[in-house]
Ligand binder design. Structure first.
Ligand code: 6CS
Length: 317
């Protein structure tokens, strides 16, 4: 049998590398019974087309990130800024801690939309690009910055003083080239592989959030899997937690080198004081999240915040 994975990213991306390793491990664990086929971004239509297809069972598996907010509003939790720790590995562990990843509220939020969350996959820091050096919220004034299509991100960037604009991933290059957009938000590997850096002058590292995707399955399909296949899936997603962390950090490092070697783009790293101004503006957006998703989603946000606090307390000992 064949299992199909819809990817929100092109060949060579973090999602592609995840899918390729998942395919290899599943094939091994099922003694060749299962072949996993990858559909890179573009092959199944736009981003929301991918989610529609996995909800309908036309494909078995998919990644969902920022645009998934329209389908699973609670998933906008992963778009919140300044919630996780400054340590990417710790964040990966927190997000995939069974206390969060298998939390009944998270599972219910996806199940209600015929989906099942399998793994939470951070893909690197979300880095701003612009045609000027953004260091303060004032610098964002009047800037049309592209956000993925969810209200939480629009509220966040409005709070920062920018004019958030939504556009499909595949249209961003021309959107920036034609001047419809002044800025963009992506992990470094994506700025590189989509050529976005070629039409922007600055990359700004504020470490305000990581790019976080959910690897998810069609719920009926997942629940109906033969026991040994389900075990293979459950085992594989756990094995891939450290694997994809290593891949994403390596890819993001390597791609930053490619970017600096092939362009005059300037790198701007915000100081802790500069970051603090954005952090303060981001805090009321947590209330917006709570309003949008109600009790269940709010409980989930608090579970995540508590896990982060525990981790921070542990780190301070
Ligand atoms: O910005 C976007 O729309 C896309 N960017 C990445 C890095 N992955 C998927 C997402 O949809």
């Amino acid at each position: 049998q064949t299992w199909r994975i819809g990817l929100e990213e092109i060949e060579g991306s973090v999602q592609y590398e995840y899918g390729a390793k998942f395919a290899e491990l599943i094939n091994e664990k099922t003694d060749g019974e299962v072949e996993v086929q990858l559909f890179p971004y573009g092959q199944l239509g736009g981003l929301t087309d991918i989610y529609d297809q996995v909800q309908a069972g036309a494909i078995e598996l998919a990644f969902g990130s920022g645009f998934l907010g329209g389908t699973v509003p609670e998933s906008q939790l992963f778009s919140l800024n300044f919630v996780l720790t400054d340590d990417e590995m710790k964040n990966t562990e927190i997000l995939n801690d069974p206390a969060f990843r298998q939390h009944p509220d998270l599972v219910a939020a996806f199940n209600e939309r015929d989906l099942h969350p399998l793994a939470i996959v951070p893909e690197g820091w979300q880095v701003w690009s612009a045609n000027k050096a953004v260091r303060t919220p004032e610098d964002f004034d009047g800037m049309a910055i592209r956000t993925m299509d969810n209200r939480l991100l629009r509220e966040t960037y409005s709070a920062y003083g920018a004019d958030p604009t939504t556009m499909e991933y595949g249209e961003l290059f021309s959107g920036m080239q034609l001047g419809q957009l002044d800025g963009n938000i992506q992990p470094v590997f994506a700025h590189q592989e989509m050529d976005f850096y070629q039409v922007q002058d600055y990359l700004i590292f504020a470490n305000q959030a990581q790019f976080i995707a959910t690897f998810m399955a069609n719920q009926d399909w997942y629940e109906g899997l033969a026991e040994e296949h389900k075990e293979a899936v459950d085992e594989t997603v756990v094995e891939l937690i450290p694997y994809i962390h290593d891949v994403q950090t390596r890819l993001n490092e390597e791609r930053l080198e490619i970017i600096t070697e092939n362009s005059d783009i300037e790198l701007v790293y915000l100081t802790p004081e500069e970051r603090e101004a954005f952090r303060e503006l981001s805090l009321p957006v947590r209330d917006t999240f709570a309003e949008m998703v109600g009790e269940r989603g709010t409980r989930l946000m608090n579970v995540l915040i508590d896990l982060v606090d525990e981790e921070d307390a542990g780190a301070a000992d």
